[in-house]
Ligand binder design. Structure first.
Ligand SMILES: [Zn+2]
Length: 86
């Protein structure tokens, strides 16, 4: 079973369509069950779109760092807010 932190690690590959069929299915199944990761993927996808719009060749380091911070924040918010599931 795919864990949230596993999903976070492969999320960008998922968005880029670079995961294998098995991993893609695992991600989709996880997203069906986990609203936090749906939000996470949504935010990440928006960020990727932003990067692609910003530059297709060269990534702005500051932008990437800000996105990284936001991703970490949403993961932390998820962990601290997880009290009564399961
Ligand atoms: Zn999750």
């Amino acid at each position: 079973m795919l864990m949230c932190r596993d999903l976070a690690r492969i999320a960008s590959d998922y968005i880029d369509g670079e995961l294998g069929p098995m991993d893609t299915v695992s991600v989709k199944m996880h997203l069906m069950m986990c609203g936090h990761c749906r939000t996470f993927i949504g935010n990440l996808r928006a960020s990727v779109d932003l990067i692609n719009a910003h530059s297709s060749q060269q990534l702005d380091e500051e932008l990437v760092r800000r996105i990284d911070e936001r991703v970490t924040e949403s993961l932390n918010a998820r962990n601290s807010g997880n009290g009564n599931s399961d």
